[in-house]
Design a protein around this ligand. Sequence first.
Ligand code: AMP
Length: 576
Amino acid sequence: MINFEEMGFTPGILKAIQELGFEQPMPVQKKVIPLMLGDESDIIALAQTGTGKTAAFGLPLVQATDTEINSTQALILCPTRELCIQITGDLTDYARFTGKLKILAVYGGASIDNQIRGLKKGVHIIVATPGRLIDLIGRGAAKLSNVNTVILDEADEMLNMGFLDSINEILEEIPEGRRTLLFSATMSSEIASIARKYMNNPAEITIGTKNSSAENVSHAYYFVHAKDKYKVLKRIVDFEPDIYAIVFCRTRKDTQEVASKLINDGYNVDALHGDLSQSQRDAVMQKFRSKNLNMLVATDVAARGLDVDDLTHVINFSLPDDPEIYTHRCGRTGRAGKTGISISLVHLRERQELQKIERLVKKPFKALSIPTGSEICGKQLFNWVNKIETVATDHQEIEKFLPEIKMKLEGLDREELLKRVISLEFNRFLDDYRHGDDLVDPVPEKDSSFGRTGRKGSREQYPGNYKRLFINLGKSDGFYPEQLIDLVNINTRGRKIPIGKIDLLKTFSFFEVEAGHADDLIGALNNAKFKERRVTVEIAQEKTDKPRNGEYSGRKPAKWSNRSPEKRRQRSVFIE
Ligand code: AMP
């Protein structure tokens, strides 16, 4: 396996690589860097954002730039201001230990006078959006006659944004002997025609499959009634306590509406769309990047160039008009070696659009069923319980208040105290979800027209998540969720075993456990005793309406709404 040290970088560049914490070259770097450092060939690289392509072209480019010559030697064209700034920042990092490299970002929406002043001082590498660069060439500020390397980054995005004419105009300005590199997520006929016109026998590199989305992204969808879209979005978000996501909408109006509703409902989100001024957009992006926002609701255009590496989810509140755009959306998660999921909310009428996207992406899309209220409460609750286990406490600060607090809460036993603390923390979820208004899944049970079976019988949440177990204890044994959780905790000695839905019946019960822990838990509980009774746990049979061994009635578990308020309160503490 080739590593950075063997690639022919100077000690200064290697030091920068080390400081950046890059241990191994990413696949695009393994392919592009040797070509760039080796011969003079042109390169077309089909690679998504997030694959490490900036370093792939940036590290060799910085090394090849002669800082003794005071003229512009390289030009990087990219679609947005944000990407310009990002690339300039990255190149500056690569050049930290290699002398006085001057790199300037020039883009629209900022003072052109400052940019002209910057260019006049002499710049080795210009990073530009096409429109502004044309302006600067026209004013005689940008001089490209000594440029020997041109990099077209996110070329497909530039074309989508209507920059074809500007790109042609710019490339006409640059001497023919130059080297040209073109990076694009997808290969279209326009890209091929630019390559034919301006590139010389380019080497073609593909990272992942052509026109397919990033390897680390999985794809899923919910079929929803149009009227339920917002509610489903909320459920997805509530089901993912640590979500960090972009929610894509098709129009500015939808974007603003969805963001406003989420803000009103207490979520930490903001909107990003074309009606905002540049400074408003910058402020929103900054908040999102620094994770002061968990979610950004955005139009496709506004989210271009927003570079964030660790998105957990991309949510397609509406499918894009053009399937190609989907590949750009989902490429925003699963970056820098991490995994991500792209989730679409799809109306039944949109199934054909979904199929088109599925064909383009060349990966299976998984149908999910909408999380029920009790699943959401359970997920949130256990996430919170896990946090309690690991939180760092400032003992000294707290201790001085403890005697008084203890006195005030003297009359409450441990269980009552827990219930109250949980109620305080979870009232929003409990209020939202306790009334049993679970959303109706519009998918017919057997949806042959979509080429796959509906979700009958399997309550599939995130792929492969839970297994349903049978236990030989029920309410008549005094066995309630508290007792189940205690039984699990005691017999697994503190191993964290996520428990899902619990269905309590009279003489036996069912409960779910995260699939990876099922065998472990079955082993642990089958050796256990509950009030002197030997516990039996096994993988549950599929639900059936027929009695099981003469005792299982197949009765569906009670819903929130069927219970007395007293019971609801009790259960609200645990998972149904
Ligand atoms: P890019 O595709 O250029 O936007 O890069 C995506 C992310 O990967 C950026 O945050 C880079 O800092 C990071 N990155 C690039 N190369 C490497 C590497 N060899 N090892 C680890 N991270 C990298």
